[in-house]
Design a protein around this ligand. Structure first.
Ligand code: SF4
Ligand code: SF4
Length: 151
């Protein structure tokens, strides 16, 4: 089989152009990451599910006073309950359970903004995964205790 000179030149130009793209990309900075072995820093403005923060006067306990304002204000009805108890020597309640249905949360931030104790914030949990809806029902008091024990 013979190849015409023009077809040969077209093929060679095409090959060199393709190699040029490859060589140029080879020397450019790597823009992909090897997830999950390599994790990137999460933007501080990222909104994962909400989490409870510590009481400013007692970092050992969560700062939720179980007032129920966030439960009433949530437009999606995602906060199923915030219950607490008044402990001896304390003037306000401390939350014992705080159930968030993350499947319906729109991450609007109303609960975070309206909390009188400033004890809610968005977590950096970006890879929540589960097999059933109930896997996304979080007890934020339990999550707070887990984080506290891990730190
Ligand atoms: S972020 Fe918005 S939708 Fe989600 S729990 Fe808070 S108020 Fe409800
Ligand atoms: S998280 Fe804030 S608004 Fe919600 S029940 Fe607790 S103290 Fe009240």
């Amino acid at each position: 089989m013979t190849v015409s000179p023009s077809a040969f030149i077209t093929g060679a130009v095409s090959l060199i152009t393709g190699l040029g793209v490859t060589i140029k990309a080879f020397f450019q900075p790597v823009v992909t990451s090897q997830y999950p072995r390599q994790l990137l820093n999460i933007s501080p403005r990222f909104r994962g599910h909400t989490k409870l923060l510590a009481d400013k006067d007692n970092l050992g306990k969560n700062g939720c006073i179980a007032c129920g304002i966030c439960v009433r204000n949530c437009p999606s009805g995602s906060i199923k309950s915030a219950e607490g108890e008044k402990r001896e020597g304390e003037k306000r309640k401390t939350a014992t359970t705080y159930i968030l249905d993350y499947t319906t949360c729109s991450q609007c931030g109303i609960c975070v903004e309206s909390c009188p104790s400033d004890c809610l914030a968005f977590s950096a949990d970006f890879n929540a995964a589960g097999f059933k809806r109930e896997d996304f029902y979080y007890d934020l008091v339990k999550e707070f205790e887990k984080r506290k024990n891990a730190s």
